[in-house]
Design a protein around this ligand. Structure first.
Ligand code: UN1
Length: 494
């Protein structure tokens, strides 16, 4: 019998009201069942939102640095549990153990950073137009936040949202991806063990129905979402109609530009990590390699030789460098794109097939795949594949490279490899993306820096860093008139 897990609502572990469950399996070892999780319905969402609303009354009034103390303790608990948590995350979502350790570390950094921010949360004090009057802005929490996340960073990304949200005095209803419910549950367990009061974070497991109920719930004040562009668009529609604040983090088609003066050994390490790290399943994954014609052939040879040697397998086995894709649907999608690329006339220089043989037959594995001869109009150059597939595009100038880099609907991360400092600085301004790396791949964002994208990747908000604290607070403008008489602002000044 598979282990059965529960929701966490108002300080209690509960089954879904309907008692229904769904099964979570190991994508690398398909007969390893991680557990049964509640297939929740809008009724469960309702209970969770009501618990979050009740908790908001006290949590929002706690001095922010006291909230920060609890966040610091959560960071400590995650530090103690880093290895065991990473093991369970790898088991559930497939990326190698060293990567899931990094995922937990990102959450730890986010906890300590959010804790430190509870001692700042700056407002402004500003001169008044009038004598004996004091102007300032302060921050207020918003209320109940709906948090909906993907499975690929099952611990880090939920904490990007929840830690600043609760630091600011909000309470949360958290719906993890149905492909990473166990990691979500273990994360919430760490919160409880660190002393987070009941109702501040509530966990509701389930599928799209739960997310939809959360987004449209009248008592949820804001929504933060990481996931697909289609789902994000639907969430934005609902939130728009309800005048709800919403932060969306969606697709990417992240380019790496390699100029003819680049250090190719450095580039090679960057591509392997950027394109095949997390099996290419990051919204920041390097999915387009835009290479100068003078180094194209040499770099492609180097890349194919190195990528063939990547060790594929179950990420909790020693030495594994690349894990599976997340599920059967992902296999269909990625293999579908490989067919599309072939039909469009691109050349499969490496891979292009499922990785099979021995233990691999028991999981969702795909070979690292490199397409050459890709042109900017092909679908494999424009659409997010979310798998270990890299499209290589040859260019003959910096201007052409930037024009191709920008010729997609997305704009999350980007990178340029060059030793020419002038080109590097031009790229920082020219590339249409929320993030640009110079001489590094497109992945590896740090917790205390703003994270987010332009165009169809996002809707103008940033996670991480100081900017996310703007998303989770309302600004209140305060005027204190100590003149002892009525002052009428503009009227007095005419
Ligand atoms: C994501 O894929 O949703 O910079 C986030 C990176 C990671 C975060 C990725 N720190 O690739």
């Amino acid at each position: 019998m598979a282990k059965r897990f529960q929701n966490y609502i108002g300080g209690k572990w509960l089954d879904a009201a309907s008692d229904a469950t769904f099964t979570d399996i190991n994508p690398a070892v398909n007969d390893d069942v991680v557990g049964e999780f509640p297939l929740s319905t809008p009724d469960d969402v309702d209970s969770a939102v009501s618990a979050a609303r009740t908790a908001f009354a006290t949590w929002s009034r706690l001095p922010a640095p006291e909230r920060g103390e609890i966040l610091r303790r959560i960071g400590d608990v995650l530090t103690e549990r880093k290895d065991e948590l990473a093991f369970e995350m790898t088991r559930e979502m497939g990326k190698p153990h060293f990567e899931t350790r990094g995922d937990v570390q990102e959450a730890i950094d986010t906890a300590y950073y959010a804790a430190s921010e509870t001692r700042r949360m700056f407002g402004h004090t500003v001169p008044s137009e009038l004598p004996n009057k004091f102007n300032m802005s302060i921050r207020r929490p918003i209320g109940v936040i709906g948090v909906i996340t993907a499975w690929n960073f099952p611990v880090a990304v939920p904490t990007w949202k929840m830690f600043p949200a609760i630091a600011c005095g909000n309470t949360v209803v958290f719906k993890p991806s149905e492909d990473a419910p166990h990691s979500g549950m273990l994360l919430v367990k760490a919160f409880i063990d660190a002393g987070l009061p009941k109702g501040v974070v509530n966990l509701v497991q389930g599928a799209g129905e739960v997310g939809a109920a959360l987004v449209s719930h009248p008592d949820v004040n804001a929504v933060s979402f990481t996931g697909s562009t289609d789902t994000g668009a639907r969430i934005a529609e609902t939130c728009g109609a309800m005048h709800k604040r919403v932060s969306l983090e969606m697709g990417g088609k992240n380019p790496m530009i390699v100029m003819d003066d680049a250090d190719l050994d450095l580039v090679l390490d960057g591509i392997l990590w950027g394109a095949f790290g997390t099996t290419g399943q990051r919204c920041t994954a390097t999915s387009r390699l835009i290479v100068h014609e003078d180094v194209h052939d040499k770099l492609v040879d180097m890349l194919c030789e190195a990528a063939t040697n990547l060790t594929i397998g179950y990420g909790n086995d020693a030495g594994v460098e690349m894990g599976p894709v997340i599920n059967e649907k992902a296999i269909d999608k990625v293999m579908g794109y490989i067919e599309i690329g072939k039909d469009e006339g691109a050349t499969v220089r490496l891979g292009g097939k499922r990785a099979t043989g021995g233990k691999l037959d028991n999981g969702f594995f795909i070979q690292p795949t490199v397409f050459t001869g890709v042109s900017r109009h092909m679908r494999i150059a424009r659409e997010e594949i979310f798998g270990p597939v890299l499209s290589v595009i040859k260019i003959s100038s910096y201007d052409e490279a930037v024009s191709i880099a920008n010729d997609v609907p997305f704009g999350l991360s980007s990178s340029i490899y060059t030793r020419d400092v002038a080109l590097a600085f031009r790229a920082m301004h020219d590339i249409e993306a929320g993030i640009t790396y110079v001489n590094g791949p497109t992945i590896g964002a740090e917790a205390h820096m703003p994270f987010g994208g332009v165009k169809q990747t996002g809707n103008g908000h940033r996670e991480g860093g100081w900017e996310v604290f703007d998303f989770y607070t309302e600004t209140k403008t305060v005027y204190v008139d100590y003149s002892g008489k009525l002052q009428k602002a503009q009227i007095d000044n005419t």
